[in-house]
Design a protein around this ligand. Sequence first.
Ligand SMILES: *Cc1c(COP(=O)(O)O)cnc(C)c1O
Length: 407
Amino acid sequence: MLDWDSVEITQADAMHVMPTYARQPLRVVRGKGVYVFDDQGRKYLDFTSGIAVCGLGHCHPALVAAATEQINTLWHMSNLYLTEPQARLAEKLTAASGFDRVFFANSGAEANEAAIKLARRYSKHTFGAHKGEILTFTHSFHGRTLATVTATAQPKYQEGLGPLPGGFRYVEAPSLRAVQEAIAPKTCAVMVEPIQGEGGVRPMKKEFLQDLRELCDAYGLLLIFDEVQTGAGRTGEWLAWQVYGVKPDIVTMAKSLAGGLPMGATMAMEDVAVSLSAGTHGSTFGGNPVAARAALAVLETVLAPGFLVRVRESGQELQTQLIKLASKLPEVVEVRGMGLMWGVQLERPDAGKVVDACRERGLLVLTAGADTIRLLPPLIVTGNELEWAVDMLGEAIESVYAKVNEC
Ligand SMILES: *Cc1c(COP(=O)(O)O)cnc(C)c1O
C-alpha cells in the first residue's frame, strides 16, 4: 500500500505540505530503541528522541503492547463519557507529579493554553476582574498557538502574526529584580520553564526559582512551570520541580508524557483546579484512551525502581564527557544542562552545520538557537552510546571548524 520511492515522497512533501519545516534530507522509516533507520537501511543514533517525545526510545515493547491492546478495544470516546484509561492515568499522573487534578490536552501548546485559562479564571475569581496579565521570560518557548506564541518572549516566532492577544509581559531572565519591577495590580501569574529548552538549554538557578516562588506567594501570583520538555523523567526526576524542590501552582507536560502519542496535561491543586468548572474548557481528543494507555505504560516504566537512578547516572556520565569535549575543543564555549537534556554552545552560530555533520556520521541531534547544539537522548541510552555520540559530535564540530578555517 505504501510503496512510493524517495523522489515521489520528496516531491509530494515539497509541493503539498505547507512549508513550515526546514526538512533535513533524511527519510526515516523505522525506529527501535535509541536507533532510527532511513530508507537506505542506514542506522542513526537518535539523540533527538523526536524532540524529547520518544523518551523511552522508539517502539518500546511495553508501550507498543499497551497501545495495541487499547486500539483493539476502544480507540476514541468523547469526554462526555467515562473511560478507564483516562481515569487511571489521572490518578497515577497526579500522584507522581504532586498535584490533585489534571486537564488532558493533545500538545504542549494546548497544555499551556489550559494553564493560562486556569490562571486567569482562578485569579479573577479570587482577586477580581482586573487580574489577567502573565509574566514570561526572554528566551522562553511556550508553543505556537496565538496565546502561547505571545507568551513566548522571542520576536522571531511572532513575526507577521499580529494582532497578538494581550495579557503578557516579558521579563529579562533570570532577573528577580526585573520580575519585581514588572509586577502590577493586573499581574496574575508567572510562567517559566525550569530549564529553557528551545531558547538554548538554560537551566534556571535553584535560588532564582526559590526567590520566584516567594515573590509569587507575597503578591498572590500563581507560579506556572512549563515542563513540556523537562517532564517525564528527562531531568532525573519525574518532573524538574522535584529536582529543584520548588513546587509551582500549575505544571504543564506534553512531549514524552505518552512516549510518542499526542498528549498534553495541565495539573494543579484542588483549590486552583476547581476554577476550570464544567463548560469552561474542553478538548475533543484530550485524554484519548490509546494515548492514556501509552502514558500509563510510560509512568510505570519511568517510576519502576532504579529507572530514574540510571537516568541520573547517565546524565552525569554525559555531563562528564561533554565537559571533557569542551576542554579539548576551543570552539565550544559552554555546556549546560541537567539529567539527559544538554546544550553545547559554540563560539559562532554554526549549530546547523554541526547538526548536518553529525547526521552524516550517523548521529541525530538538535539545535537550540543558532549557536547551541541540543542533546536529548532517549532515557534508556547506555554508556557506550553516550560515548559514541560525544565522539561523533566532537568529530563533527572539528570538521565544521576545519572547513571554516580553510576559507
Ligand atoms: C515543545 C514545547 C512546547 C510546545 O509543545 P507542542 O506540543 O509543540 O505544542 C511548549 N513548551 C515547551 C517548553 C516546549 O518545549
